[in-house]
Design a protein around this ligand. Structure first.
Ligand code: ACM
Length: 764
């Protein structure tokens, strides 16, 4: 009683003092209207749903479970007694995925005639209850929300082929998608590097195709005592596991769309069953290379029989309408040189390999049609002519979607780089490995999927939007989560909320609550872009310090006296001068709430002259990757930002005043990239010593060499080696350019970090 009185007082005080804020819900609802009063949620609140309604009961229990896990509140699911405060799930509402949410002092009513709508209403109610961080009771402002999704396809693609994730991980992702009102999990189950789905009729697909030795000399030397061979990584999903995952998703109103890649990205199945391939010499081991492999299925009838068998098992496992059959990046070299393929083309009067791909995909489409399903393919399926019922997933920009919709095909927008969450989300050195483009949370949020080139009729063909996480460089499940979150929250708002309701400032205002929910539930997300880091350089006898992090989302507060930074600490606005030895403690905030843990940074003679590879510029930027070392096998590995087409870095404004030595931490990465003939474009200067050297030039990459560091000492370690040498350049802030001399791409030498050593080198 005392607690409830106290809460009433708190609520009244809040109502009197705070202004009513838009619902702290992501994705933002269609409409949100304030009402008078507030609802006090505590353990005496009950959740009720019609007892004869299994779906409504399930959503009620889902809400109860969320409240328990996030706030420690244990609410009973039962009919309320007279006078009891209650969250009531009702069927007197809109249909489908739409719902209404009414909050007054006594009741929260969640109403939808649709099962999914009721579920989403429950999720929104939970978000209202978790607007403020902390556990225990919550005050929910009275309001009326009317909500319905903008798009019917609100997707995430998970690549389980390049790196395998556990069933528990996939279920956890499904839970997180459901909380974001996403409804489609596109599951990329087969690719060159792995076949992840048990197919009973073809056991070698997983016995052989689901396992591989990771790239590089370190894993190759890591022998498994059980087999006497290098240890393999991988895994696959049994059909029982898949049925379980599909049911788990369905209970959260998520449809799984499996992808079985054809006719390319087929290296793994061709290793398992070489008779499926087109190459004169079939591959013999599942590969750990990345990129675009040359291996295509052949066009023999027995290959189509194989695909038909596989799809028979696939449709038995996945009850959804759509099956994705890939179609992307099928380089046709092997078809061009394979006599049987060429003979088949003649017989079919098919004039080009691209048309042959169109014919191939239409064969697969007929199989799916016969099984009562619809085909989806990546936008390349448009190139060889494709049947009208095919749905096109536009990834090479948005042209595929525009062409598809104008031709009368349904389409889904999933363009790189904005919807490719394998790109890193900030330039910070400790981002998880991934592709090198920086695609920030705000970039993702700003993406508008409806192509302006489409007229009103054509727009009906846009089913929705999808973000993809390709996992070449996401070796662990933790990293998959970091690449996805919080950016998936931005994707969800794009997919669900009306275009007119989208507003970055409002989203950023709602972000701390969302991050609070992740934290309350113990869910991994990438805090790195929200964490403050320093980039400092020499100035006078001290330093000029720039603070970076959370620029787009919040404000940086900092202290220089060693005290903890709070929301009331100094506001950072521009770089400042500081003596060496200064301790900067800093944290980013939005609306007074911390966005990430505080940073504790010391500015000293080394830090002002040290740059990680991610803080250097790449010289050209043709194919930039944030790559992880392949060694050591256990423990932390370095991450290098490198343009693999031109491994060359620039340190802008490097001040050699008083500097006579340079230290460069270098690593070597396996060149495991299938880039075809493009490898010939990678040029190196010839080495002067057998092992090669790092050359440092001043002012330009063609300028005078000011330091040469032989690589010989680094060849003895598979990890990172610190090379030290003399540097003799002109003083003052100037450009330094770093490149390696070597004879061939394997291994590729890379920079981890550079330090210009001031004085005699004793100041570390
Ligand atoms: C793709 O990224 N190859 C669809």
């Amino acid at each position: 009683m005392i607690r409830s009185l106290l809460l009433a007082t708190v609520a009244a005080a809040m109502f009197a003092s705070a202004s009513w804020a838009a619902a702290p819900i992501i994705p933002a609802p269609v409409s949100d209207t304030p009402r008078e009063g507030a609802f006090q949620l505590d353990e005496r609140t009950v959740i009720s749903a019609p007892t004869n309604d299994a779906q409504a009961q399930a959503s009620a229990r889902y809400l109860a479970d969320l409240l328990l896990r996030s706030r420690g509140l244990k609410l009973a699911v039962r009919a309320p007694k007279a006078g009891e405060r209650a969250i009531v799930l009702s069927r007197q509402g809109p249909t489908g995925e739409a719902y209404k949410l009414d909050v007054d002092g006594q009741r929260i009513t969640i109403a939808s005639a649709g099962d999914a709508g009721l579920f989403y209403g429950a999720v929104s109610a939970w978000q209202l209850a978790t607007a403020e961080p902390g556990r225990g009771p919550a005050v929910i402002w009275a309001r009326q929300i009317d909500d319905a999704p903008r798009f019917g396809w609100r997707g995430v693609m998970l690549d389980s082929a390049r790196h395998f994730q556990s069933v528990d991980y996939v279920k956890g992702l499904i839970d997180r998608m459901a909380l974001a009102k996403l409804n489609t999990l596109h599951w990329h189950l087969t690719d060159d590097q792995g076949w992840r789905l048990e197919i009973k009729k073809y056991p070698k697909l997983t016995q052989v195709g689901a396992w591989r030795v990771p790239a590089g000399p370190a894993p190759a030397a890591d022998f498994d005592p059980a087999t006497g061979k290098p240890r393999v990584i991988g895994g696959y999903y049994t059909q029982d596991q898949v049925r379980d995952v599909v049911a788990y998703a369905a209970a959260r109103h998520i449809t799984i769309v499996p992808e079985i890649e054809t006719p390319g990205h087929a290296h793994a199945p061709i290793v398992a069953y070489p008779e499926l391939g087109s190459a004169a010499t079939p591959p013999t081991a599942t590969s750990s290379d990345w990129g675009v492999f040359p291996y295509l299925y052949n066009v023999d009838e027995r290959t189509f029989a194989f695909l038909d068998d596989v799809l028979t098992e696939v449709v038995d496992l996945f009850p959804g309408t759509y099956i994705h059959v890939g179609g992307d990046e099928a380089v046709k070299d092997q078809w061009k040189t394979n006599p049987a393929v060429q003979a088949r083309m003649k017989e079919l009067h098919i004039g080009s390999e691209s048309q042959l791909q169109g014919w191939f995909i239409s064969r697969v489409e007929q199989m799916l049609e016969a099984k009562g399903r619809r085909l989806i393919g990546w936008d390349e399926i448009l190139e060889g002519g494709v049947a009208e019922s095919a749905t096109v997933m536009s990834w090479r920009g948005i042209d595929g979607a525009i062409i598809a919709a104008k031709l009368g095909h349904d389409t889904i927008l999933s363009p790189e780089p904005m919807m490719y969450l394998n790109n890193r989300q900030s330039a910070a050195p400790d981002e998880p490995p991934g592709r090198g483009a920086v695609v920030t949370l705000k970039d993702v949020y700003g993406y508008e999927p409806m192509p302006t080139a489409l007229n009103a009729d054509e727009r009906h063909h846009v089913l929705g939007v999808q973000a993809n996480i390709w996992t070449e460089h996401a070796r662990t499940e933790e990293r998959v989560s970091k690449m996805l979150f919080p950016r998936v929250a931005a994707v969800a708002e794009t997919a669900w909320s009306p275009a007119a309701a989208k507003d970055w400032k409002s989203f950023a205002d709602r972000l701390p609550a969302e991050l609070g929910r992740y934290r309350a539930l113990g869910l991994t997300f990438d805090e790195t872009p929200l964490k403050v880091r320093a980039l400092s350089e020499p100035q006078g006898g001290g330093a000029r310090v720039a603070l970076l992090g959370a620029e787009e989302v919040g404000e940086i507060r900092y202290t220089l006296d060693g005290s903890a930074p709070g929301a009331g600490a100094m506001l950072y606005s521009q770089p400042f001068a500081a003596p060496l030895g200064t301790r900067v403690r800093a944290q980013a905030f939005r609306g007074g709430q911390p966005l990430a843990a505080a940073s504790d940074l010391t500015i000293d003679a080394r830090s002002i002259r040290t740059r990680a590879s991610q803080e250097l510029k790449v010289c050209q930027g043709a194919l930039v990757l944030n790559l992880e070392d392949d060694a050591p096998l256990q423990g932390d590995r370095a991450r290098f930002l490198v343009d693999i087409m031109n491994p060359c870095w620039i340190y802008e404004g490097a001040d050699l005043t008083g500097v006579s030595q340079i230290e460069v931490a270098v690593g070597q990465i396996p060149f495991n990239f299938q880039i075809g003939k493009d490898v010939e474009k990678i040029k190196f200067r010839p080495p002067a010593t057998p092992e090669g050297e790092l050359e440092v030039r001043q002012d330009s990459c063609e300028g005078a060499v000011v330091a040469t560091l032989p690589l010989a000492p680094a060849t003895r370690s598979q990890g990172v080696t610190v090379l030290t040498g003399k540097i003799a350049g002109a003083a003052g802030p100037r450009k330094l350019c770093f490149s390696f001399t070597q004879k061939a791409v394997e291994p590729m030498w890379v920079i981890d970090r550079v330090t210009l050593v001031h004085g005699a080198g004793h100041d570390r």
